[in-house]
Design a protein around this ligand. Structure first.
Ligand SMILES: [Zn+2]
Length: 156
């Protein structure tokens, strides 16, 4: 990162202020809530950004790459504070710090595509998009070391 837009969005997520159905309902808007990603649960902050099936896939992808053990906390706020501790493994790179923001941003874009444009991407596409976004955010720090997304993934 850190474009201001993404940083602000992350802040909205951990403050549970990003405009999910949960927030709209809290503001008194009548809505029949359904998660756009899995269509099974109501759309609330913790579900959409932490526990939804699609979301779990994204988290697992990075947890697997990092080789860490991780139990998902209940809130996005806890995730952000706990996630900052996982990387202290002598790694000189701190690309992993961007992972929560990257997952949340990717999900929110997909969610809005489904919600407003009726556009649905496959889970494979969403995963690829998430990795590409992380690469894009980290690229500046990796100039001269990594030229392509494939190389980047190889180095994670
Ligand atoms: Zn869901």
């Amino acid at each position: 990162m850190d474009s201001l837009k993404e940083a602000c969005f992350t802040w909205l997520v951990i403050r549970r202020a990003c405009l999910t159905h949960e927030v709209l309902q809290r503001r008194g808007i009548q809505i029949c809530s359904r998660c756009y990603m899995c269509e099974q649960e109501v759309e609330e902050n913790g579900h959409l950004f932490l526990h939804c099936r699609m979301t779990t896939d994204l988290w697992n992808m990075f947890i697997c790459i990092l080789g860490v053990s991780w139990t998902m906390p209940r809130t996005t706020f806890e995730v952000l504070t706990r996630w900052q501790r996982i990387g202290k493994r002598g790694s000189k790179r701190d690309w992993w710090k961007n992972v929560p923001a990257c997952i949340w941003w990717t999900l929110w874009k997909e969610r809005n595509g489904r919600c407003f444009e009726g556009r649905t991407s496959s889970s494979q596409t969403i995963k690829m998009r998430c990795l590409s976004l992380l690469f894009f955010w980290c690229k500046q720090d990796l100039v001269g070391e990594v030229d392509s997304l494939v190389e980047f993934i190889g180095q994670l």
